[in-house]
Design a protein around this ligand. Structure first.
Ligand code: SF4
Ligand code: SF4
Ligand code: SF4
Length: 300
């Protein structure tokens, strides 16, 4: 029996028609404050865009598992992309980049090249140092025991600071409940030992889930293999920290520059630019404070 089916088997309430102690416990248990989970192995995503076929099974599986509403059935006219962007309702977004004119113009042997589509399933990057988490004033955004970035909607006050802080444009506020939402890396499924819904549904293993260290090793081997086969432009985005940004626990194998996929070439943690502002704010309070204290002392 698959793990999914096993988990659907719920034991019947004991004690016939009357509520026993176990039955009562099952009713009130969810309202008790839970124990803090033990730290677990760091888990994440490695998305190999070289094998993505743009089927969108990942988008659908995510919506289905997380019960996310539809986006409005609008035909965008932008290639096969009718989702448009990541949002509180779309936690996976398959991007389609058409490179026909570029390839035809540069076609080898004097003949026109057939062109190509670049496809990439975008998601929250689960940044190791997450600006969204730094910006959140209520503590609603946490790193959970798998070192994934998780929004607790019941603590979110809808201030939208996290939206401005994320350099990847991942978060928006839901029009249904006004709270911020994004990919949870299927925390609920991970807790039950299941693979996230999108990775489970991906038919080409473009989305791979597992311990981050293992994924990074696998991704490096894949880049070497692709380069050996003549795909000189294959490279990894976010698998290692840069001067302005931390490592991403959801990183990518890309076949072109990051900006071609709509990703920042050199993401920068806004916190690095804001530290000086905080310091200046604190320093600016000191002179009036000194004047006030002096005035009070003289008044005595
Ligand atoms: S990608 Fe954006 S939303 Fe996701 S963890 Fe990083 S900063 Fe937060
Ligand atoms: S990990 Fe889960 S929540 Fe995140 S994109 Fe995949 S299916 Fe959606
Ligand atoms: S399910 Fe896999 S192959 Fe299909 S669009 Fe998503 S990442 Fe690409």
């Amino acid at each position: 029996m698959s793990r999914e089916l096993e988990l659907t088997e719920v034991a019947p309430l004991p004690g016939g028609e009357s509520l026993t102690a176990e039955g009562l416990e099952r009713l009130i248990g969810p309202f008790r404050r839970g124990a803090v989970p033990e730290p677990a192995e760091e888990m994440g995503f490695y998305t190999d865009t070289s094998v993505c076929i743009g089927c969108k099974a990942c988008e659908v599986a995510c919506k289905q598992w997380n019960q996310l509403p539809a986006d409005g059935f609008t035909f965008s006219g932008n290639s096969y992309d009718n989702t448009g962007a990541l949002s509180a309702e779309s936690w996976r977004h398959v991007k389609f980049v058409e490179q026909f004119s570029v390839w035809e113009a540069g076609g080898g042997d004097g003949g026109a090249m057939p062109g190509r589509w670049l496809m990439m399933s975008d998601v929250c990057k689960h940044c190791v140092e997450a600006p969204c988490q730094h910006a959140c004033p209520t503590g609603a955004i946490i790193h959970n025991e798998f070192n994934n970035v998780y929004i607790q909607p019941d603590i979110c006050n809808g201030c939208a600071y996290c939206i401005a802080a994320c350099p990847f444009g991942v978060i928006t506020r839901s029009t249904l409940d006004n709270h911020a939402h994004k990919c949870t890396l299927c925390y609920d499924r991970q807790k039950d030992g299941l693979v996230p819904a999108c990775a489970k549904a991906c038919p080409t293993a473009s989305i791979q889930f597992g311990p981050v260290e293992e994924l990074r090793e696998r991704a490096r081997t894949r880049v070497e293999e692709l380069r050996r086969r003549g795909v000189a432009d294959a490279w990894l985005y976010g698998h290692e920290p840069t001067a302005g940004y931390s490592r991403l626990n959801a990183f990518y194998l890309l076949l072109d520059r990051a900006s071609v996929y709509g990703l920042p070439e050199a993401p920068r943690n806004p916190w690095l630019s804001m530290r000086g502002d905080y310091l200046r704010a604190v320093l600016s309070v000191l002179p009036p404070l000194a004047v006030l204290i002096t005035a009070l002392l003289r008044g005595r």
